[in-house]
Design a binder for this molecule. Structure first.
Ligand SMILES: C=C(C(=O)O)c1ccccc1
Length: 357
């Protein structure tokens, strides 16, 4: 029987364990949204993960949604990330980058030439955008025209190439948590009447095109996809999450993906109406479970065959040596919510590794 500590063969890559570092926005990139020294240190410290999935990294200047998030579209950003991947590889670790376009979850003040954020439809998100000057109400986004969609797909393909140049072991396509690709997938945000809206076959078209182009760059076993069927973060919902995401999982089974990464339940309300065992059975490849797992539940999920890997977010923020602590059932540092987003080394690289009792 496998458990969290069993190696797993991802394509042609062996992961030493199934304890995955989840993608975590920390808003601590340097000038030019370029990874800086403390980012290198932060990822080096956590190289004991079976796989690190980096924080969301915007695929283009217009894919940005928050201050201080790193990009993967400029030469300087590629060079900055190369220092991160070298550090993780020096420690024997493996790291994917999460390719991110925030769509309407952005603000013109963050955008090149102060253009409007883009989305499948001109529907404004409730709530407020985080900008350099503070919070602003979201704006009604520009509904992408049909002839603008190939450009979006090309941005993912170029970012995938850049990720290779930066030394990553693979990429995760961010199709979760109310960002651009999720805005197309879910019917609360996609009111298009062309081939990219209406039924789920149309609503998943953009994601499927992106998956095809990114796999064309990376090959099999190196591309993951992250979804969040019922997470309401960023003012998003679908009227039939089970049907919608079962269909997505079935379609993605046609592609040689490294894994399907699923944020289970609603991060904000704690709701969990979707049957994730049913969803998991719709996907032919490896299933990575996330959201609220601890050591025991993670081990159970793998031993019982619900998941092949488990991704941990907050626990990896506070415990750089999480796999070590899990293996020896050691006490865990508590994450400090106040220092999750923005700031400096405090609450970032200063969490201690376990020192023997
Ligand atoms: C990239 C994020 C996600 O996927 O939810 C994110 C962004 C900002 C704050 C928290 C999370």
């Amino acid at each position: 029987k496998n458990n969290l500590f069993s190696p797993i063969l991802l394509g042609d890559m062996v992961l030493a364990n199934r304890i995955i570092m989840a993608p975590l926005t920390r808003n601590r990139a340097g000038e030019g949204n370029v990874p800086q020294d403390m980012n290198v240190e932060y990822y080096r410290q956590r190289a004991g993960a079976g796989l690190i999935i980096s924080e969301g990294s915007q695929i283009s200047a217009s894919g940005i949604g928050y201050p201080g998030t790193p990009g993967i579209h400029s030469e300087a950003q590629v060079a900055g990330w190369k220092r991160v991947t070298d550090a993780v590889h020096d420690e024997g670790g493996r790291i994917f980058i999460q390719l991110w376009h925030t769509g309407r979850i952005s603000h013109s003040s963050l955008q090149p030439d102060h253009i409007l954020p883009v989305a499948p439809s001109a529907l404004k998100a409730a709530g407020q955008a985080m900008t350099y000057e503070g919070l602003h109400d979201f704006e009604t986004p520009h509904a992408l025209t049909l002839d603008e969609l190939p450009g979006i797909v090309a941005e993912y393909a170029t970012a995938a190439q850049n990720a290779k140049a930066a030394g990553f072991d693979g990429v995760e396509i961010h199709a979760a948590n109310g960002y651009l690709l999720d805005q197309f997938l879910r019917d609360g945000t996609n009111r298009r009447e062309d081939g990219y809206g209406g039924d789920i076959v149309n609503r998943m078209r953009l994601l499927v095109e992106v998956v095809g182009k990114v796999i064309a760059v990376w090959g099999e076993g190196r591309v993951g996809v992250r979804v969040s069927p019922e997470n309401s973060f960023n003012d998003i919902k679908d009227s039939q999450p089970q049907q919608t995401f079962n269909a997505v999982a079935k379609k993605l089974s046609d592609y040689p993906l490294a894994y399907l990464h699923v944020l289970e339940g609603d991060m904000l309300t704690g709701e969990r109406q979707v049957d994730y065992a049913a969803l998991r059975n719709c996907f032919a490849g490896f299933y990575m479970a996330n959201n609220g797992y601890d050591l025991e539940r993670g081990n159970e999920a793998i031993e019982q065959g619900h998941a092949d890997m488990v991704a941990y977010g907050k626990l990896f923020i506070a415990n750089p040596d999480l796999p070590e602590r899990f293996a020896k059932n050691l006490p865990l540092n508590a994450p400090d919510q106040a220092t999750f987003y923005g700031g400096d080394e405090k609450g970032y690289t200063d969490y201690p590794k376990y020192v023997g009792a």
